[in-house]
Design a protein around this ligand. Structure first.
Ligand code: FAD
Ligand code: DLZ
Ligand code: SF4
Length: 510
């Protein structure tokens, strides 16, 4: 046999580097469903179904193109449960001249891949993953020698380099950034578009039964599974987003609303991260909508900023800072994760909404992740690794390369400012401004202390008091620390005591 070409579950692209010089007559593609990848965190049931179903459909599409695929199913006899041991068995089956793979999205898997060359003496070639705008080297070159890294600087270079939303060397519309237009609260009775969801086909239904049987204790429910599992359906989802949601994506990018978990977001991250869609094509589709007059610039720039900016930036941070990044804990946070992150059982409505849609759809949009579940973990001093493992488990789009910097860097400031210039800490007033959650909450967002006071209020100030030595020198934190300086000593002590009592009463997950 010629070359054995390994494709992982989140590498489902026909133009993957591992397939570049495929010889249909001699080569075999190896795809492996393994227990270890399904259980290294307690993945949401929908995430396991999504990945395995997309893998099975991709294998089918490869076979339809005349490619030989050796597909190891999760319940195949003799399945050893790990990628490395399955590769070893495949080497014995095929005796290939060489193995070719594309670098994985996770340090842990990369470390395993680096041992593959020693498995039986077959040469192993690991190729760069070319599905991104910026290679790992490109990001490292940008980051090298800079005292601080800021997404905005990197993003502008990417816009120039890839000619996206550029006119004659200048940013389209004359401005790089439309963030100021993109912070609107959703007016009451706004009609939110129904989103294109995809009913599970026979393959997906079979996997739903398998996952219920093999992973009954994993987080989340399967009833509302509606993710695209093929490239064709992912393209339909992209077209649906561009036509119905993109025009207002910018305006309500930061808004939150009870019972409306998707708002105007794209829902494309699961398909993008699996490889069913390419970041280039989604940016091109958004830009084309603007050029055709079908979507305003603030929406299109806001969307491109997420895909060309944030997504590429966090990947660069991950690979440049790993493996040490995983251990960062700049604020010395040690609290165990409260149990309600898994159960949704809390009187705080904002958290109940965000965790509820997470369980139901394996989805919550960015502001719910950052300013509700993330903000609470930050203010409560949850140990970064505990909250980080939670995010990795519960979302359909979660892979370490993108999840970890968002959690450690953006949500809980565990990297001490490598990624973000200040912690995204906020009191209940922010959540009240950007959502309708507070009106139906057991707590009162206007009250600062007392049994009915919104816990985000005293937790916010207690956080600032506790972290004074670490944060008060940050110029972007000057305003709240100036306010705090005017507080009498007793008020500070009372706030700390109230926060401590609230946190002490929270059951943690055992
Ligand atoms: P949209 O709001 O429609 O955004 C468009 C696209 O931009 C997304 O599909 C995504 O590919 C990209 N994008 C947007 N924001 C970011 C960002 N901050 N970083 C990277 N890409 C971004 N995103 C993941 O893909 N996987 C994760 O595991 C993940 N974990 C996160 C954890 C935390 C604590 C936070 C705060 C954010 C996380 N994000 C993650 C980023 C972001 O929340 C999701 O990409 C987004 O909510 C996915 O929904 P969407 O496709 O509707 O996104
Ligand atoms: C997430 C996931 C799951 C649930 N299962 C598999 C699997 O059985 N086989 C596989 O090749 N990949 C799976 N994946 C995706 C991997 O975890 C992912 O490729 C690595 O974490 C690197 O990003
Ligand atoms: Fe959340 Fe506080 Fe508003 Fe309740 S009052 S929804 S806890 S911000």
């Amino acid at each position: 046999m010629g070359t054995l070409r390994v494709i992982l579950g989140d590498q489902l692209a026909f133009d993957l580097s591992a397939l570049a010089d495929l010889d249909r007559a001699q080569d075999t593609v190896l795809m492996m469903e393994v227990l270890q990848e399904c259980s290294y965190v307690r993945h949401h049931k929908q995430k396991i179904v999504l990945v395995l179903s997309a893998m099975r459909h991709f294998a089918h599409a490869l076979r339809e193109r005349g490619v030989a695929v050796d597909y190891v199913a999760l319940d195949a006899p003799g399945n050893t449960g790990t990628l490395s041991a399955e590769l070893q068995r495949a080497l014995a089956r095929h005796a290939p001249q060489r193995v070719v793979a594309t670098e994985p999205g996770e340090w842990r898997v990369r470390a395993a891949m680096d041992t593959w060359g020693a498995l039986g003496g077959t040469p192993v070639e690991i190729r760069p993953d070319e599905r991104y705008f910026a290679s790992r080297d490109r990001f490292a070159a940008w980051a090298h020698g800079r005292r601080s890294w800021r997404m905005e600087h990197f993003y502008r270079e990417m816009r120039r380099e890839h000619g996206i939303l550029m006119d004659a060397g200048e940013p389209a519309g004359g401005q790089w950034n439309y963030d100021a237009d993109n912070r609107k609260r959703l007016p009451a009775r706004t009609l939110v578009p129904a989103r294109r969801r995809f009913a599970p086909d026979a393959t997906t239904r079979e996997l739903m039964a398998l996952v219920e049987q093999r992973f009954p204790d994993h987080f989340g429910t399967l009833e509302d599974f509606g993710w695209p599992v093929t490239r064709e359906d992912a393209r339909i989802a992209l077209d649906d987003f561009i036509a119905h949601a993109l025009p207002r994506f910018g305006d309500y990018q930061d808004a939150m609303a009870a019972g409306a978990p998707f708002l105007f977001h794209s829902l494309l991250a699961p398909a993008l991260n699996l490889g069913l869609l390419a970041p280039r094509e989604v940016c091109a589709a958004a830009e084309a909508a603007w050029r055709a007059g079908a979507a305003p610039l603030n929406a299109v720039e806001g969307f491109v900023r997420q895909v060309l900016g944030w997504r590429e930036y966090v990947r660069g941070v991950y690979w440049t800072c790993m493996p040490g990044y995983a251990e960062r804990n700049a604020l010395g946070a040690t609290r165990p994760l409260p149990a309600f992150y898994w159960t949704g059982d809390t009187d705080m409505r904002c958290l109940r909404e965000a965790i509820g849609s997470t369980a139901r759809y394996a989805y919550a949009h960015h502001i719910e992740r950052l300013m509700v579940t993330g903000n609470f973990a930050l203010l409560a001093g949850v140990a970064p690794r505990e909250i980080e493992r939670w995010y990795l488990a519960v979302y359909a789009d979660a892979y370490e390369w993108v999840e970890m910097p968002n959690t450690l860097g953006m949500a809980v400031f565990a990297d001490g400012g490598q990624m973000a210039s200040k912690p995204y800490a906020a009191s209940g007033a922010y959540i009240d401004r950007m959502s309708d959650f507070c009106s139906g909450c057991a707590y009162d967002v206007k009250q600062k202390t007392g049994p009915r006071a919104c816990p985000f209020n005293y937790l916010y100030w207690a956080f600032l008091i506790r972290q004074k030595d670490r944060l008060s020198g940050n110029p972007r934190m000057a305003m709240p620390y100036r306010a705090l300086a005017a507080w009498p000593r007793e008020r500070q002590a009372d706030t700390l005591a109230e926060a401590d009592a609230f946190l002490a009463a929270l059951p943690s997950w055992t």
